[in-house]
Design a protein around this ligand. Structure first.
Ligand code: PGA
Length: 248
């Protein structure tokens, strides 16, 4: 696990965009795994700016998002579908049929999870998976206790996750209770993973991750056994990590 330590959120966004852009340019037909949340917003902004100014094309790129709220209509402004359109897809040249998110409106969520897993497998291996990390160590919506063998599945969201995400809704009651998410095994199958962490609210999670002990009570620790993970984190997120841990 490589750790790139950056000063602040601005630098994190620039480094994350650079990381993705280098790979899109090298492999224009890449399969890109994407994440939502507050953390990657700056990266998406940089990618959109680059597309406008430097013309990097996504015409042949295929994307798979990590997760989606269950039961929230795609057109709801808080769905991850809407988030992705607004943050990225509406501003680049990627064809609609090449972007994928689990369908939270599906009548049969179990079936939708199976189909999503199959769609990823049929596309081939995800080349680069972008990840955020929850304060509780979740990746995607894989909450603490999720099996490292899990594939795409339906989850009950932790109260801490619902509270963290309530900032986007008018009140906590509106935050969905369930979500569809790639499983930990699904995420681990990506060739390369880049995990982004910014701010003090991630400091405990980063300290635990970089301590280096894999345990299902802390989902992100599954990444410790992945051969190609880069963590890009800012000073605030790394403030509880000793130099020895970060650069071991
Ligand atoms: P955030 O969420 O980027 O909004 O902090 C990250 C996550 O929960 O995975």
């Amino acid at each position: 696990m490589d750790v790139i330590r950056v000063k602040d959120y601005k630098e994190l966004s620039e480094q994350a965009a650079k990381f993705v852009l280098e790979r899109v340019k090298k492999n224009p037909k890449m399969i890109l795994g994407l994440a939502t949340g507050g953390t990657p917003e700056g990266m998406y902004e940089q990618l959109v700016t680059d597309h406008r100014t430097a013309g990097t094309s996504y015409k042949q790129v295929t994307t798979f998002n990590l997760d989606e709220y269950a039961g929230l209509p795609r057109k709801d402004r808080n769905s991850y579908y809407s988030y992705m359109r607004e943050q990225l897809f509406d501003h680049i040249d990627i064809p609609n049929d090449q972007v994928h998110l689990p369908n939270g409106e599906a009548e049969d969520w179990q079936e939708e999870c199976l189909q999503y897993e199959q769609a990823i497998a049929e596309a081939g291996q995800v080349d680069v998976q972008v990840l955020g990390i929850g304060g509780n160590g979740h990746i995607g919506f894989n909450e603490p206790g999720t099996s490292f063998d899990s594939t795409t599945h339906i989850v009950t969201l932790d109260e801490s996750t619902r509270k963290a995400n309530a900032r986007y809704f008018s009140n906590l009651d509106e935050v969905p209770t369930h979500a569809l998410t790639m499983g930990i095994q699904t995420i681990m199958r990506a060739k390369e993973i880049v995990l982004l962490a910014s701010g003090e609210s991630k400091a405990d999670a980063m300290a635990r991750l970089l301590q280096g002990e894999a345990d299902e009570s802390f989902p992100a620790s599954a990444l410790l056994s992945h051969p190609n993970v880069t963590v890009i984190a800012d000073e605030e997120a790394l403030k509880k990590v000793t130099i020895k841990e970060a650069f071991a």
